[in-house]
Every structure is written in structure tokens, then in C-alpha cells.
Design a protein around this ligand. Sequence first.
Ligand code: SF4
Length: 344
Amino acid sequence: MKKLIKDFTLDELKKWAEEVGEKPFRAHQLFEWLYKKNATDVNAFTNIPIELRKRVGEEFVLNSLKVVEYQSDGESIKFLFELVDKNAIESVFLPYSYGNAICISTQVGCRMNCAFCASTIGGMVRNLSAGEMVDQIINVENVTKKRISNVVLMGSGEPFDNIENVFKFIDIINTKEGKNIGARHITISTVGIVEGIYRLSEYPKQVNLAISLHAPNNQLRDKLVPINRKYPIEEILKAVDDYIRRTNRRVTFEYALIEDINDSIECAKELAKILSGRLIHVNLIPINPVYGKEFKRPSRERIRDFYNTLESAGIQVTIRRELGNSIDAACGQLRARHYNIFDK
Ligand code: SF4
């Protein structure tokens, strides 16, 4: 079976080149074609001898994704991709004033079972390889003709449930011969897998950490984010404190606002109380309605009140810019609709 060439780091590709009797600089040339020029056809590699091109074509898959569909609301663009094994994943292109961002998936489906998330409908299927994550960036750049400068691992899947491939992916996109995306422009978003947070504090690259908290106490979080029973809030905060102490980097707490579930002033006060005194930032995300689930977005007034309560308690807080509202923008929705998962 052919291997995916983007699963190889530069060092691994150099080793492969040596094994097939080529000089290591050929790996640099391949990286140049794959990541600087986003080439997906071996015939484009004009400075590579034809024999070697043939060998690369025989041994490797150059592009693991096929664009099935994309939807735009005039700003953000949501992509549905088909993988080689016919599974489907999603990515979202988000143009911001500071540069273009992509939200990528790290798994097909997800096992975390968050109550408001479409990715759990249909269950966890498999981990994505590093190259399948990289290909989301390449394919989105090729369709939009825009360079991506920021990467958020916040699509379908829990990054720390696929940590080795995620670290390899970061290595490939951060390498200057690869996509050369700065580590500070890469954010891992987790539901709070504590071992992953500790691993990240020792990881040499300065990537950002975001925690999907969504509730200010264990009683409510157990219902919204069931993995909380294994990793309760106090354990997460302990790991976050350790991470901040070691890295001195600000941690973002994501809080999906859901009407009458976690959007009360009491919740805001409780949230401010558990987070205060830390080098953190809260990002409020008014929820997108999910087909087949009963959650609603709070009114503007309620969102504003929640925001004001946190701000007046001294918490640094933002409300996520509402991109992608008119499309199926909550993670997993496009994929679920594509496979009629909502009807099952
Ligand atoms: S919100 Fe994220 S971690 Fe939770 S089920 Fe969805 S994809 Fe998984």
C-alpha cells in the first residue's frame, strides 16, 4: 500500500532518499514542491529527475484529500473532504484581520461525546495521520489561493487523544522548509486531557493552549463535557497552572454559551471566581444550533451580560467573531449531513 508522503518529516524523507540511493538534498526539493508550491502532482516536480519522480509516484500518495463540497457565507468557508479510505472530515477557513486561519480536524469523529457537538454523532472512527492534517491546509490554500498563517486544532476530534500525530503535524508545518507556520500561530484546543496538558508544557515548540471549559462547576460540566468525570475542573486547573508556570504563556478558556444551560449571571460569577488570578483569557462562543440537539444560542443581551460580569470581575474576555453562522459551522455538522448521520 502506498504511504502518504506528508506523513514524513524532513529528516524521515532524507532517510528515505538515502535508502533509495539519493542525496539528502532531494528531500529538501520534495519539501519545496509539497509545501512551498503546494504541488499535488509529481509531474510538476521539474527539478527532480524523471526516474525519481516515478519512484515517488509509485511509493507515495501526494494528496490524501478530495474536496467534496465547500460552503461560504461570504467570509468563512467550510470544507468537506473525503479521505483515501472514503471517510469524511471538515475544515474551516477563517479570514481575520491579522491573517488567514484554518480550523482543522484531528480525528474522524470524536469519542469525547460533548453534549452540544455534531462530531460525536456517529461516534469515533479513527485518528488522522499527520499528513492528513497537513493536507487540510494545502487543499484549503489551493482552493482559496490564500496563504494560511494561523492554525487552530479545534475541528472534529480531541487533539490530545491523537497526540503523537498532532506533534508530528506541528513539526511538519512549523519547519521552515515545510509550511513555516510559527509555533505561536498554532493553537491546540482540548477538552482538558490532563496528561496532554502536562506533555505540552514540556514540548519544545511554543504553541498555544486552549481549554474547552463550557461550565464553571463539575456538576454542569459532567453533563456538557462527559470526559469531565475523568478530568474534573480542579485537575485541569492544576495542569494549567503548571503549564503557565513552566511556559509563561497565556491560556485561553473556550466557553460555548448555551441558552438557559450555562449562560446565567451566576455561572459568569462562578467562572470568574475559579479562573481569577491566572494568566488566562476567556473566549465566549455563542453556540451554533446543532440539528438533532436541543441547544439554543442565547440572546444578544444575555451574551453581553455574561461578558460584562466577567470583565468587571477582572477577567480578560472576548466574544468570538460570529463567522460561519449561516453555514453548517459547528464542528461535524457538514460531515453529519453529508452522511445523513442526523437521520440515523
Ligand atoms: S466539542 Fe470537540 S472534543 Fe467535544 S465531542 Fe466535539 S469534537 Fe470532540
